[in-house]
Design a protein around this ligand. Sequence first.
Ligand SMILES: Nc1ncnc2c1ncn2[C@@H]1O[C@H](COP(=O)(O)OP(=O)(O)O)[C@@H](O)[C@H]1O
Ligand SMILES: [Mg+2]
Length: 280
Amino acid sequence: GARAEPLLSVRDVRKTYGSFEALKGISFDLMPGETMAVVGESGSGKSTLARALLRLDEPDGGTALWKGRDLFALSPAELYKLRRDLQMVFQDPTQSLNPRMTVYQLISEAWVIHPDILPKAKWRERVAELLVQVGLSAEHMSRYPHQFSGGQRQRIAIARALALEPQLIICDEAVSALDVSVQAQVIELLDRLRREMGIAFIFIAHDLPVVRDFADYVMVMQQGEVVELGTVREVFDTPRQAYTRALLAASLSPDPDAKAGHLASVPAEAADILIPKRSH
Ligand SMILES: Nc1ncnc2c1ncn2[C@@H]1O[C@H](COP(=O)(O)OP(=O)(O)O)[C@@H](O)[C@H]1O
Ligand SMILES: [Mg+2]
């Protein structure tokens, strides 16, 4: 049968800061409901890519077809309308949540901007629903961000993204700042949203075990380029690049100071021992 159209088809995306090439031609396809993880050492261009796709920073070249329409060619007004389909969740929810707004205001803000989504009479009911959906409760809507833990704040940020009924959520290190146990809970939430609502994800992470359980595809970035792209299985079980093997090894290392800077010195054999093979 005919293969479905990609949700997002990215070709040769470039971004320079002055003479520095932060993105040197990134290409990939994402199908509806799929999750692609983007991994790579710090400074490899992951956030730049996310920001360029949403035009939070204007890209310098390439195309990004959203259901066939080039995001990079849209007028500001068209982009504004389309933004509701593509949401982003950032690493630090304290920065993306206005401390002076209640949870109700934070979540319903989206409907002020996009009034066609929901009539005002339905807002309270829908905020309550969204809070329950992300594992909080309706009573939380009158509270302020500082009254929540980091994990709960990230749930609020996710509820806020969901309020617009997006088809793609880009998570930029959305769980990286959370404790490991809280990370697992938020990932479980994202996984449920993917399964129940068919939302596609671009999941930027440096935590490889998390990626392994959550993603369908993995794109590995190094210095603004894609050095590896494949299914989770392909990339984890048979990484083609020494760089990828080193990333995998470092993420499983108990040494919290293991930094990208000395990844190159990790021998491939060590990586092979450290990466547990899937038994199925
Ligand atoms: N606004 C900017 N001005 C200049 N250089 C930038 C800017 N944003 C990012 N960079 C540079 O681009 C490179 C990629 O950054 P980034 O996308 O944040 O990496 P990552 O998210 O993978 O850690 C880095 O070398 C960074 O210093
Ligand atoms: Mg980043």
